[in-house]
Design a protein around this ligand. Structure first.
Ligand code: RAM
Length: 361
């Protein structure tokens, strides 16, 4: 049986966003789309972008990750905080210890009360955080999603680590090449509502429809909730429930590390192929002991750095979030805003035993 994302739920989410957008338009509210097409900024900021405006000094920026005890999110946010020092701002990280849908709402409300200039969020749920983020934008606080997007009208910009399509499709190819294009496979994801993982999984499912993958069968999508223990147990459960499983894709740094730990100490080592998205530092021992051959990721430091500069550029009026606007992201150089307010960091790197020691994150 091929498992798909829960379509009715997805459709319901899309429908509720459209209804919200319509009702805002009807009551004369300003959506991001309507304001940008008039050349204005969402949230009542400067009327148009001034690419030559200097970055304001003393900007107050806050990073709100999916959860604070995820090593990946820590690297991203730390780099973003360092970047703020470079441009003369003050940045901090606050957030929940679990990646559940509603866990970020109270943090957003507090950051709004504290009158931050910009809130950066890796959303646990694309809709659950929308109300408070819209409140923030209506008070001229810039909102930048990074890593995991919100619904489009709930933020000014989305800083994506790489093309979502490329991430999803390349994960399938990576696994297929390693298992010779045949057999049952499973996905071990993060939380069921994570926007980034769900987008990647949709592209994986689409990729699997291609004739070259007709020998692969996706039997299950499991959710470890970006919790180490739960991801470990879910891996064990998958391997017990599907004795013919040939491969697992875990597109989460927490999931792949926990899955590798389970497999490395089990009878499945050398029999089941694991790939996904991981940090080289967490995966090194499993590549060296032969549990994992190849996995991928981008540089999380650069993601935090880029997101931080993007927030500063918005809060300084250099950009408004409109497609085609450009801004300078420090050492990463000039970046251009793409469709739907998305800025892409760059392609992921594939790690294996030959290159893993060149990376330290
Ligand atoms: C985990 C999180 C994060 C994702 C990485 C790859 O740390 O789910 O959102 O981007 O994995």
């Amino acid at each position: 049986m091929t498992v798909r994302l829960r379509a009715p739920r997805r459709l319901a989410a899309i429908a509720s966003v459209s209804v919200l957008a319509l009702s805002l338009a009807a009551c004369g509210g300003t959506t991001k789309e309507s304001s940008s097409s008039e050349g204005g900024a969402a949230g009542g900021g400067a009327a148009s972008a001034n690419p030559n405006a200097p970055i304001k000094k003393g900007l107050k920026i806050a990073f709100l990750p999916k959860q604070v005890n995820n090593p990946y999110e820590t690297i991203v946010d730390k780099a973003g905080i360092e970047a703020a020092k470079e441009y003369g701002g003050e940045a901090k990280e606050v957030g929940p210890s679990d990646a559940s849908a509603s866990s970020q709402v109270s943090y957003i409300n507090t950051l709004v009360q504290q009158r931050h200039d910009a809130i950066l969020i890796a959303a646990n749920d694309e809709n659950a955080v929308c109300g408070p983020l819209k409140q923030a934008m209506s008070r001229n606080i810039k909102v930048v999603s990074y890593d995991s997007d919100t619904a489009k009208d709930c933020r000014n910009l989305f800083i994506n680590q790489a093309s979502s399509e490329e991430i999803g499709r390349s994960q399938v190819k990576l696994l297929s090449d390693m298992i010779g294009g045949k057999g049952e496979i499973a996905i071990l994801s993060a939380t069921a509502n994570a926007t980034n993982q769900n987008t990647w999984i949709r592209f994986m499912q689409d990729e699997l429809k291609k004739p070259e993958y007709s020998g692969l069968k996706l039997v299950k999508i499991a959710y470890g909730d970006d919790d180490d223990q739960k991801s470990f147990q879910q891996t064990q459960g998958l391997l017990q429930a599907y004795p013919n499983l040939k491969g697992i894709i875990s597109p989460t740094t927490v999931g792949i590390a926990a899955a590798a730990r389970y497999i490395s100490g089990s009878k499945y080592k050398g029999k089941v192929t694991l790939t996904g998205l991981g940090t080289p530092n967490q995966m090194r021992q499993f590549v060296k002991d032969g549990t994992v051959q190849k996995f991928a990721l981008w540089d999380p430091k650069n993601l935090g750095y880029l997101a931080s500069y993007a927030a500063a550029a918005l809060a300084s009026g250099q950009i408004t979030g409109k497609q085609g606007e450009t801004f300078k992201a420090g050492k990463l150089g000039s970046r251009t805003i793409g469709a739907d307010g998305e800025v892409i960091l760059g392609p992921p790197t594939v790690f294996d035993k030959n290159n893993i020691d060149q990376y330290d994150f």
